[in-house]
Design a protein around this ligand. Sequence first.
Ligand SMILES: NC(=O)c1ccc[n+]([C@@H]2O[C@H](COP(=O)([O-])OP(=O)(O)OC[C@H]3O[C@@H](n4cnc5c(N)ncnc54)[C@H](O)[C@@H]3O)[C@@H](O)[C@H]2O)c1
Length: 419
Amino acid sequence: MKTFTVAILGCGNRGAQTYGALMHMRPEEFEIVALCDRNAERLHSFGERFSVPPQDRFADEEKFLESKRADLLVIATMDRDHVREGLRALALGYDILLEKPITDSEEECRALLAAQKKYGGKVLVCHVLRYAPAFKKAGELLREGRIGKLVAIQALEQVAYWHVAHSFVRGNWHSREETAPMILAKCCHDLDLLQYYAGARAKSVSSVGELSHFKEENAPEGAAMRCLECKYIETCPYSAKRIYLDDFKKKGRPAQEWPFSQVTSAYPMSETDLTKALKEGPYGRCVYHSDNDVVDHQLVEIVFENGVKANLTMMGFTAEGGRIMRFFGTHGEIVLDEAADTLALKIFGMRPILYKISELGDVESGHGGGDSGLISDLYAVLSGEEVGATSLEASVESHLMAYAAERSRLQGGEKIELH
Ligand SMILES: NC(=O)c1ccc[n+]([C@@H]2O[C@H](COP(=O)([O-])OP(=O)(O)OC[C@H]3O[C@@H](n4cnc5c(N)ncnc54)[C@H](O)[C@@H]3O)[C@@H](O)[C@H]2O)c1
């Protein structure tokens, strides 16, 4: 059995805390040998955890990418950096595990695909839901024709009120200038699943959406600039004290766990570290007094080339997270509800068959088991046994759909023809 060596570029929540940790648990398959992150605290804390010698820890991307340091490169920096780094890595001869979104530019997407064909490196994109047991099961039921011919799909992505505040108001994805549009950043998974379930490419896409709530004019009277100094600290649902400090205590003060690990890089983290970060850093800002400009809800309508139709609602204003997908076929329905832990197969005229999602497979890791499912498939891909469900080529389609959706939204919901 071959052990593949791994280098990680971007040692944050995804690169080190998720994929690095999963690979570190499978020492016969993967050995992490080099790390790069410009955040020194993260670089060295993961360097220690993964036993990467100090000379193989890099703060500077340029130096890190001077030569090939492993069989596989994990690229988990921010959205706008992926293609620049991917092009260099392919030229060096790396295989790549590439975080989504690939890029917010269609041109760059095509350039990366061309480079992959030229250099021949394998590229697997982290559309992790494809590897999660519940979403795989829905695909199997559809392919088996259990609900007849698929007519339409209704998808709801419940972002959750605290998550939209964390990532899209205060955090990494708050600015249109700095990152990919929300429909790409948050929903390329959903768009990828929809085209996979539909079994065809999208023919046309239209979309509407806006930033409706997290704006200055909606601040309660006399709200402070920072939650820890605000009179609404105990009552505002978006209060950073409630979202981070109270939840950190409720969860038993974890040494390192998302989303707290985004607020402070201290490891193991304490209440004092978290409080200091909320007093000084972006995650303690009032959601109404931040510099965010990305949408907090967006609706997309898609018609596929084979006539299947789908709509997707990305909604920030939900009490809980999780996706709900409903598939309408000529002979039945499938309803997948992550938060309710159910997948229901309702063949017309028959008793519904109810599956518990948690019993469909390993759902312990993030994204309903998709994170660890991806790492298992990655090993098979590197070994040459599989092409991988989320190869670069297969992943480009969902990105084209997202670009079209954003273009449509900016043009007031105009229908965009894709192919
Ligand atoms: N697959 C998924 O479901 C999923 C979920 C969340 C995020 N993501 C994607 O994963 C990527 C990373 O997100 P994250 O949540 O881990 O962010 P993060 O902020 O936790 O981690 C990013 C890390 O990269 C480092 N970094 C950025 N640019 C660098 C550079 N040029 N050189 C060295 N280090 C650099 C940062 O210091 C940081 O530690 C993003 O593209 C995001 O969209 C994917």
